[in-house]
Design a protein around this ligand. Structure first.
Ligand SMILES: [Ca+2]
Ligand SMILES: [Ca+2]
Length: 495
């Protein structure tokens, strides 16, 4: 430890942790450091008004982590956070100090209990030296069964944006009177700006399923990342009063019904859509000269694909021109990302959350910093291009990309949420098995439903189903044929 003093204020200075890896770009060398360990699902990261890193833990705590001392401090424990799995204390954002009063506000979104469902609210706190005070509810939305979103962002012109999930409620995202499945826009005092599309309504854009990332570029363009259902995770460029298609359109409008809807509503297509899904999460715009190769890019972390994507934007910001993957499968699920004023990048892991991919590391969850360094001192990593095609010849490959995020790589599922495929009685009931696969399954009151996989062709369907019937030594000797899958498709259509 050394001590650093600025204007008579002395703090203990933690020496920089050594990079565990180096990312080598065209000309820059980056260091990957683990700066904070033993956290529990750091869901949101942001740079705080006091020049430290602020982060939430999903269960309800807001911390400040000081990059100089390396120490963390609890700012607030919110005690009425309620809800399971993807609910909790979610996004947050802070306003810059008001020039007149010097005041900053922190805005936090979290779920709370209502009698028969879960509500989601956005609360404003006044920032004080070591704590947050004077909670004021900016907005509250009821009727959630899942898909909560939610992220919060403040625009360069000091408006407050809040992205809500559709609540796993059919029809909510297209219903302008329902605040679920929307991007909402407020003044910092919670009032509704006069230039919102509909007077008196906070709705700014609609047609979203479950936004997990929300970030402004330097030129005030707003970008989102969003979870699709079984297909089509998306990144979108948001436009005022835009309709982004859900729940009629998934990804691009390529099916007949989707095209008709897009024509009649002017629905906006995503900049990028991923099938198989990657489960994108937090996203941050990067434009710092510190890492020139990554300027004008969106940094996007993912839960299912377990990596960091750098999505290079076109000059006008209206399209994504390049996609590169870093830290692939190295830290498990990644939840949040932010950029410091010095151009350093912070990421958080999410291995203690409701749907762990594997056993968390002993010191999970971590906050990781990516910074520029002078030279290579550790193992070298390079970016890679995304895989353009799933290896379809390989049934296990199909299982991995389409099923393992929920039912786990070994088919064991997770108790109470995702049934074990190793032991399901459906293995001996081929017709029912094919039906669940093609058309999905949603037992009453299960907020996690089995999505429909009818978009896979008969060959792929038969391959995956035979894999789960035989792949784990469970040895069902007969095979499901492509013809059998086709027959169930037709039965369903006519039945
Ligand atoms: Ca969409
Ligand atoms: Ca589509």
């Amino acid at each position: 430890m050394i001590t650093s003093c600025v204007l008579f204020q002395c703090r203990q200075v933690q020496p920089d942790p050594l990079p565990l890896f180096n990312i080598v770009l065209d000309s820059s060398v980056l260091g990957v450091q683990e700066v904070s360990t033993n956290n529990k699902v750091p869901w949101e990261l942001m740079w705080g008004p006091d020049n430290t890193l602020w982060y939430t833990e999903q269960e309800g705590r807001i911390y400040r982590w000081d990059p100089v001392s390396g120490k963390r401090k609890l700012l607030l424990h919110i005690t009425d956070v309620a809800g399971k799995t993807t609910a909790g204390l979610l996004g947050m954002a802070a306003s810059a100090p008001d020039p007149a009063t010097g005041r900053s506000y922190l805005f936090a979104a979290y779920t709370f209990a209502i009698k028969d469902s879960i509500g989601l609210k956005l609360v404003r706190y006044l920032v004080q030296k070591d704590t947050l005070v004077d909670p004021k509810i900016i907005a509250a939305v009821s009727g959630f069964r899942g898909h909560y979103g939610s992220r919060v962002a403040i625009s360069p012109d000091h408006k407050l944006y809040w992205a809500t999930g559709d609540g796993a409620q059919q029809g909510s995202a297209q219903n302008t009177a329902d605040l679920k499945g929307k991007i909402l826009r407020f003044n910092l005092d919670g009032s509704i700006p006069a230039d919102n599309p509909v007077p008196g309504s906070p709705v700014w854009a609609k047609g979203f399923r479950n936004i997990q990332g929300l970030t402004f570029s330097d030129s005030a363009r707003l970008y989102t990342s969003e979870h699709g259902d079984a297909i089509d995770d998306e990144v979108n460029l948001i436009r005022k009063d835009g309709n982004f298609g859900w729940s009629v359109i998934e990804g691009n409008a390529d099916l007949t019904d989707e095209k008709a809807f897009a024509d009649s509503t002017d629905a906006i297509a995503p900049l990028l859509a991923w099938t198989p899904t990657i489960a994108p999460s937090g996203m941050a715009f990067y434009n710092d000269p510190k890492i020139p190769e990554w300027r004008n890019s969106l940094l996007l972390v993912s839960l299912k694909d377990r990596n960091l994507r750098v999505l290079r934007l076109s000059k006008d910001g209206h399209s994504i021109v390049k996609e590169k993957i870093y830290l692939d499968k190295m830290y498990g699920r990644l939840r949040a990302v932010c950029v410091s004023p010095e151009g350093d990048i912070y990421l958080s892991t999410s291995n203690h959350d409701w749907n762990p991919y594997s056993k968390p590391a002993a010191d999970d969850d971590k906050i990781i910093r990516i910074t520029k360094v002078d030279r290579i001192t550790a193992k070298v990593l390079r970016g890679k291009a995304p895989e353009t095609k799933v290896s379809r010849e390989n049934a296990m490959g199909l299982y991995r990309v389409y099923c393992a995020s929920c039912h786990k790589e070994d088919g064991s599922g997770s108790p109470g949420t995702f049934p074990s495929l190793r032991t399901t009685p459906l293995l001996d009931q081929p017709q029912q098995l094919i039906d669940v696969f093609l058309f999905g399954k949603n037992t009453k009151n299960n907020p996690n439903r089995m999505p429909s996989f009818k978009f896979l062709n008969n060959e792929e369907a038969a391959a995956v189903l035979n894999f789960i019937r035989k792949g784990w030594g469970n040895n069902n000797s007969d095979s499901i044929t492509e013809a059998a899958v086709q027959e169930r498709r037709i039965m369903k259509k006519s039945g």
